[in-house]
Design a protein around this ligand. Structure first.
Ligand code: 4NP
Length: 161
């Protein structure tokens, strides 16, 4: 989850999808991304995000959509890119069960130190987009490891055997 669903969350979705595919867990883990704002609804990912991800062998796609309260029923984890997104999500959450699903991506980033937000790259230079992919790669690896522990998921491909 991010603001526009064209930069950070599609990148996180693409990175995570890539890791889940490598692990042979596509049947077990459903993944999507969305934004809290409607400005870019229906648009593909920002071309700078797509180009930066592509350089790392990650393809990102889909169309921007706005997060809906019903998404809390569809997902076990609702992961915000920054504290502002988290606050917006908590406002949308209908009950404690939904609120408990909301986390920050950098909760999973061992190198986050005191940086809890994935910085919004939209108005900055290209380095911001690299930083987003770096954070997503570290955090999504740890997220996948956590989900495997929580749900006792086993790899079904050669890679993890
Ligand atoms: P995102 O980035 O939340 O990572 O998709 C942004 C995209 C668009 C805007 C802000 C952030 N905007 O202000 O239009």
């Amino acid at each position: 989850m991010c603001l526009g669903n064209i930069c950070r969350s599609p990148t996180a979705e693409g990175v995570f999808r890539h890791l889940v595919e490598e692990a042979g867990l596509t049947e077990a883990i459903q993944i999507d991304s969305a934004g809290t704002a409607a400005y870019h609804e229906g648009e593909p990912p920002d071309r700078r995000s797509a180009a930066t991800a592509r350089q790392r062998g990650i393809s990102i796609g889909g169309r921007a959509r706005r997060f809906r309260a019903t998404d809390f029923e569809r997902f076990t984890h609702v992961i915000a890119m920054d504290r502002s997104n988290r606050s917006d999500l908590l406002d949308l959450a209908p009950d404690d069960e939904a609120r408990d699903k909301v986390q920050l991506l950098r909760d999973y980033d061992a190198e986050a130190a005191s940086d809890v937000d994935v910085p919004d790259p939209y108005y900055g230079g290209d380095r911001g987009f690299d930083t987003v992919v770096d954070i997503c790669e570290r955090s999504c690896e740890a997220l996948l490891a956590a989900l495997r522990r929580e749900h006792d998921l086993r790899t079904t491909t050669r890679r993890g055997r």
